[in-house]
Write a protein of this length. Structure first.
Length: 280
């Protein structure tokens, strides 16, 4: 082609309006380019090619990162490597690999991966109370049915009913709630309850304390037996003594026992094998 004809063709191409392509055409073009460019048979890339490719990939990941964060699905995470099941009618106490504590309710089970200390994700069927060890570098997530509880604080309960309704009650700290397939998130404060069922979510208040107003010590001992599964032995001369106290419904048992011990100047012994507390 002589120079005059070449200049004429070049001018024609320069002044020509670009064609508009549909998204599907653009995607097909990208796939074709990607297949050719990244083929194993091609020669090695020069450094600037690698940087350009990395920039495109980084942009793509940034664009989808929010989706991955907000829609973490249980089926994409290996959680079944360790399964702990409570087949009894009493609460089962579990210490997780990261030192977090779980009070597993009757006929309930939890499962988690072997690398739990680094990937703190746990699935629950039934009911459990969690007292989570703080670790800002490794978020603690609980999966129950379609809900995800991301722990930003310390203690809460998760319960799934027979009709698949999930209830999360927060006692201390804070948690974030997500529902699979929904972008909305709910941040709970202590004393708030999240309920999800029939594709409907709601947040309401609940009482996280129990008050004993001028009650006998025998009433407190009965409360401990009913809620913690420990038989309490109190000297006869103290049984009718009155007490006014407010207790967090998920208070650590030893804290309650120590408090009673100090208030009434009593010593105590906890027998873990017999599940028995003796004051004297």
């Amino acid at each position: 082609m002589d120079k005059e004809k070449f200049d004429e063709e070049f001018k024609k191409l320069w002044e020509e309006s670009p064609l508009s392509h549909s998204d599907s055409e653009k995607e097909a073009s990208w796939e074709q380019f990607h297949a050719k460019t990244f083929s194993e048979k091609k020669r090695k890339f020069k450094p600037w090619h690698l940087y350009a490719a990395a920039s495109v990939l980084l942009f793509a990941l940034i664009g989808t990162g929010i989706y991955f964060n907000q829609n973490s699905a249980v089926e994409n995470i290996v959680l079944a490597e360790n399964v702990i099941e409570n087949t009894t009618s009493a609460i089962k106490y579990v210490v997780l690999p990261d030192s977090s504590k779980v009070e597993l309710g009757p006929n309930s089970k939890i499962s988690f991966g072997n690398n739990f200390a680094l990937n703190r994700k746990i699935e629950i069927d039934g009911e459990a109370y969690f007292n989570v060890k703080k670790d800002k570098q490794h978020p603690f997530q609980v999966f129950c049915d379609e809900t995800t509880t991301t722990v930003l604080g310390t203690s809460f309960t998760v319960k799934e009913s027979e009709n698949k309704q999930v209830t999360v009650e927060l006692f201390e700290g804070s948690v974030q709630m997500n529902v699979k397939g929904q972008n909305q998130k709910w941040i709970l404060k202590p004393g708030e309850k999240f309920t999800y069922g029939n594709q409907t979510a709601s947040v309401s208040e609940f009482s996280r304390f129990i008050d004993f107003d001028n009650e006998k010590l025998s009433v407190i001992s009965h409360y401990i037996e009913e809620n913690y599964g420990y038989k309490v032995n109190i000297p006869k001369e103290n049984l009718d003594q009155k007490i006014t106290i407010r207790i967090n419904k998920r208070e650590d048992l030893k804290t309650i026992v120590q408090l009673l011990s100090e208030m009434y100047n009593l010593n105590f012994e906890i027998n873990e094998d017999l599940k028995q507390i003796t004051f004297q």
